[in-house]
Design a protein around this ligand. Sequence first.
Ligand code: DAH
Length: 341
Amino acid sequence: MDISNLKKAIDQEIAGVKTEDDVFAFHQKFLSKSGEITKLMAGIKDIAPEKRGEFGKTCNAIKQDTETRLFKIQDEIKAVALREKLMSDPLVDITIPRLNTKRGTLHPITIVTRDVEEVLERMGFIVEEGNEIATEFENFESINIPKHHPARDMQDTFWLSDGRVLRTHTSMWQNYMMKKYGPSFRAICPGRCFRNEATDATHENTFFQVEGMMVGKDISIANLLYFMKEITTALLKRDDIEVRLRPSYFPFTEPSFEMDATCVFCDGKGCPICKHSGWIELFPCGMIHPRVLEMGGINPKEYRGFAFGFGLTRLAMLRWGIKDIRMFNSGNLDFLAGVTK
Ligand code: DAH
């Protein structure tokens, strides 16, 4: 057999190797002392001396390649046979996890996100997912932050070369939610946000927020306060939490507030975490600005709504007493698995 016929024969026959017997037969036919490859190599004496080097290399390559392929198939056959043997043994359960193996855990952010989703779904909120890349209109204009508005400076932005941005907050999803579900609805949109910031223990360039909004007829600050308190109570898993609203400013809400809750670390007595005030700042929120409603296709004379947007990362830090925000994206498995235990 010449080289090209031999290669063809090998390819054809190796495809049919399915059992240990096939492996043996194939080995005999091609790789053994009397096999075809050996025969081919023996023919070297009939080759012109200057071509022998080349010929020898080709033969060796074919031999090595064929051996590698055959042994791989043999390993697979062995593994299947072993598996079948174990599966049919009534005393062996191959699904039991190995002892002392490290098992994965949910990331702290995943845990708080699921908690928030569960609590808000129970209150009738739809859960939406938003894009992480936003147009300038979505991230700023659609929520009443026009060009040159000083509020743009509050959020250092990653700009893409095509003029779009990595969303700086989940508020950019308000416009989409109003257009999709308006004029009466409750929805939240959790997700990753980005800011072009130097990182330290309390600043990250990548963090998680959740945006929530409720729009309908006769929605008032009383509704906002009720929902904020319910959500806080459910998330902190305590029913002795007091909340209060402090005036604040956001371009997309009017009036705007910061909602504080009783400090969970000292029960309101005052401690270093709440800077001895007894309160911790939890949710920025407010009544949706009429212009924002209008841009979402909702008539502000007929409908009103409230919005809130809070840091899931911050919530996780409060829940597990995590002092350094950079740990979340650190990939440090010991920390990530241990902190939520
Ligand atoms: N988007 C704001 C931020 O990232 C947070 C926020 C404040 C969202 C007030 C709201 C709101 O919906 O009403 O800083």
